[in-house]
Structure formats: C-alpha cells, structure tokens
Design a binder for this molecule. Structure first.
Ligand code: NAP
Ligand code: G4F
Length: 334
C-alpha cells in the first residue's frame, strides 16, 4: 500500500486530496497543528467511513518546526509528500510577512531537508501559486513566464518554487511544482473572495445580513474547481520524470463577474447590497491572472471539468443550504 504524507490536510485542497488518495487505496498521513478548538471539519466525514478510517492518520506538526518535520519523515516513511500547508491568504501576508515567509518559504526548505536527510526515494509535490506571476509580463501565463511577485505571500511561494527545483537538480529528488491558478469549492475558506461572496449573497437572500463589504471588484482571476485541481497534483507524481506544470482553466473573470453570476442565480441585484471597503484593498494588487495549461494537457492528460458558471452555482447552492439551516436555527431560538 502506498503511503502519502500531506501537510495542510485540514485545508480546502488537503481535504479533497485526502478523499482522492484514500479512494486510490493509499494510506494517508496528515500533519495538523495544535489548536484550542477543533479545526478538522473538512476531513471529519472521512473518519465516519469504516473503510477509510484505519488508512487516515493524523499527527501533530508545524511548518515552522524543522525537528518535528524530520522526526515525522523518519517515523512515517512516506512514498509521496504533498506540501499544501501555508499561510495562504495574500492580504494577511502584508500584515504578517515574517510569519508568512517562515511558514511558506522556510517551511518548504525544512521539509525538503527532512526528505533529503531521510535518504529515501520520496516524491515531493510543492503547492506553487499563480500569485508568483503577480504583475504579469505576458498573457496567458505559462511555465516559461517570468515571475513578478507582488506580496510577501507570493515572494515566499517564489522562494519555495526555486528551492523545489534546486533540490531536484542538486540532489536528484523527484520534486514537482504545481503552479495552480485560483481554485475554489464549497470548502473554500470564507475570507477568500468567491466564498465570501457566496456566503454573503445567500445570507442576504435569507435575511441574515444586509450588506456585503468587498475591495477591488475589477481584479481578474482564472478560477477553477479544487476537486479538479488535486488530481493534477497526483498525476505529476506518477510521471517518469519530475517537472513543473501550470494548472488553470485558461479563462479569466473579474470579481464583478463572479458577483453577477452568484446574485443573479439568487434573483438578486448585487448593486443594491455590495459596498466597497478600503480595508480589503492590498498595498500592491495582482490585477489579472490567466493560465495556459497546455503542457499539463499534453503530458499529464489533465483538463479542468467544472466551468466558471458551474462553479459559481455549486458554491452558491451549497451556501444556500447552510444559510437556510442557519435561518431555521435562528427562528427556533426566537
Ligand atoms: P487553505 O485552505 O488555507 O489551507 C492551508 C492549510 O495549511 C491548512 O490545513 C492550515 O492548517 C495549514 N497550515 C497553515 N500554516 C501552517 C503551519 N505553519 N504549519 C502547518 N500547517 C499549516 O489553503 P488551500 O486553498 O487548501 O491551498 C493549499 C495550498 O495551495 C497552499 O499552500 C496555498 O498557498 C496553495 N495554493 C492555493 C491556491 C488556491 O487557489 N486555493 C492556488 C495556488 C496555490 P489550519 O487548518 O490549522 O489553519
Ligand atoms: O480570493 P482572494 O483573496 O485570492 P487571491 O489573492 O487571488 O489568492 C488566492 O489564490 C492564489 C492563486 O493565485 C493562491 F496562491 C492564494 O493562496 C489564494 O488561494 O482574492 C482574489 C481577488 C483579489 O484581487 C482581491 O483584491 O479578489 C479581490 N477582492 C476584492 N474584494 C477580495 C475582496 N479578496 C478578498 N479576499 N476579500 C475581499 O473582500
């Protein structure tokens, strides 16, 4: 049985990847942080399945603790490592640049060193990001497009990209960078713009809130579905040789277009409910991202399945159910 170790298993991608690998017959180990409250909500359902439970194991760890990562590598002896852990919020990285770089840049280096010093043939996946293209120098962006990072988060991810490539070249490690463009789902963190919009719009529809406060509505992103993107991570590690791949839909849409899609699905006019709040603007913005995933299509046979419209609908429908439940609870309490 193949063994995979996932950092960031409690996050959006970690949860979908865990489901995917368990279905493929893997034993999955996940690193979780100690917290004063439960934060395994995205993977709790996997423990309820008696087939999955014995093959899913959680251990404590943190990307800022190299000794712990080395000990886990030696204890678990994984065949594949997926490094998904990160302080992944771009706006927050401006408030916490040192922590972000510690976890997202040095954390990757700690993990790579733990793998190298374990002297085992481990395959490594690094969660690189389209944010590295930042102030884009060409449209669309490919594996050959130079980086121009615009935030502490993006600088940290660019550092990790190059360290991953360096460990591949210097030590022959099977290490791949997936340069993933924005990918969303009903499990997306509620402070990222798509989920903030679907949560806000559905709560407005259920009379649970009156306004939705947002920042730059003109920014454009290449938005795909997380469930599609995690398969590309796995595919990269099943190839004969390690390489780097852009994973994207090829389409770019503005925040405004996403708003229109969601509010019109709920028969609402977003202009009546959305207010601009300067707190949500960034000191330096990434105005446009649009990826070209032809290399992934050619070599991995990977293509996105869920369209922009279907993604907005999927997220809105899921949040409509949550808001409906919230409304019933509120009425019962009154
Ligand atoms: P996410 O939902 O924010 O999840 C991040 C995960 O990292 C969580 O499990 C979090 O644990 C964990 N984590 C954070 N700091 C940590 C630390 N110091 N030590 C150990 N674990 C830590 O992110 P995601 O959307 O799933 O993204 C997965 C990865 O892909 C991230 O590296 C992100 O930067 C990258 N990425 C994401 C996208 C996207 O559009 N989603 C695109 C490109 C790249 P807690 O639950 O304890 O907070
Ligand atoms: O949803 P966002 O916060 O995602 P962002 O900054 O593109 O980063 C996400 O995707 C990256 C891949 O490109 C990942 F690497 C990263 O970890 C993360 O998952 O913001 C998207 C756009 C931005 O231009 C932002 O300025 O939406 C704009 N926006 C407008 N109002 C807002 C808001 N973003 C947030 N979070 N909240 C707002 O109220």
């Amino acid at each position: 049985m193949k063994k995979a170790l996932i950092t960031g298993i409690t996050g959006q991608d970690g949860s979908y990847l865990t489901e995917f690998l368990l279905k493929k017959g893997y034993e999955v180990w996940g690193i979780i942080r100690r917290s004063s409250s439960f934060h395994t909500g995205r993977i709790d359902h996997l423990y309820k399945d008696p087939h999955d439970m014995p093959r899913l194991k959680l251990v404590y760890g943190d990307m800022t603790d190299g000794t712990n990562l080395s000990a886990l590598m030696n204890e678990i002896k994984p065949d594949e490592v997926y490094n998904l852990a990160a302080q992944s919020h771009v706006r927050v990285s401006f408030d916490m640049p040192i922590y972000t770089v510690n976890a997202d840049a040095l954390g990757t280096l700690r993990l790579l060193e733990a793998i190298r010093s374990s002297n085992r043939a481990v395959k490594f996946y690094q969660a690189s990001s389209s944010e590295m293209y930042g102030k884009v120098v060409e449209i669309p962006q490919t594996e050959k497009t130079p980086f121009y990072p615009r935030s502490p988060y993006a600088c940290a991810k660019a550092y990790s990209f190059w360290q991953t490539l360096n460990y591949r070249e210097a030590y022959g490690l099977f290490a791949c960078n997936g340069i993933l463009f924005n990918h969303e789902s009903p499990r997306r963190g509620e402070t990222f713009v798509t989920r903030k919009i679907t949560r806000g719009a559905t709560r407005i529809k259920c009379c649970l809130q009156e306004k939705l406060y947002l920042g730059n509505l003109e920014a454009k992103r290449d938005w795909g579905y997380a469930g599609d993107y995690i398969e590309a991570m796995w595919l990269m590690l099943q190839q004969d040789k390690p390489d780097d791949f852009v994973i994207a839909t090829g389409e770019s849409h503005s925040v405004k277009e996403f708003l229109e899609e969601v509010f019109s699905h709920l028969d609402l006019d977003w202009k009546k409910y959305v207010e601009i709040d300067s707190r949500y603007f960034r000191p330096s913005e990434v105005e446009l991202l649009q990826g070209d995933a032809s290399k992934a299509k050619k070599i991995l046979g990977w293509e996105p399945k869920v369209t922009f419209k279907a993604l907005a609908k999927m997220m809105t429908d899921a949040d409509m159910k949550t808001a409906g439940d919230e409304k019933i609870l509120k009425e019962q309490r009154q």
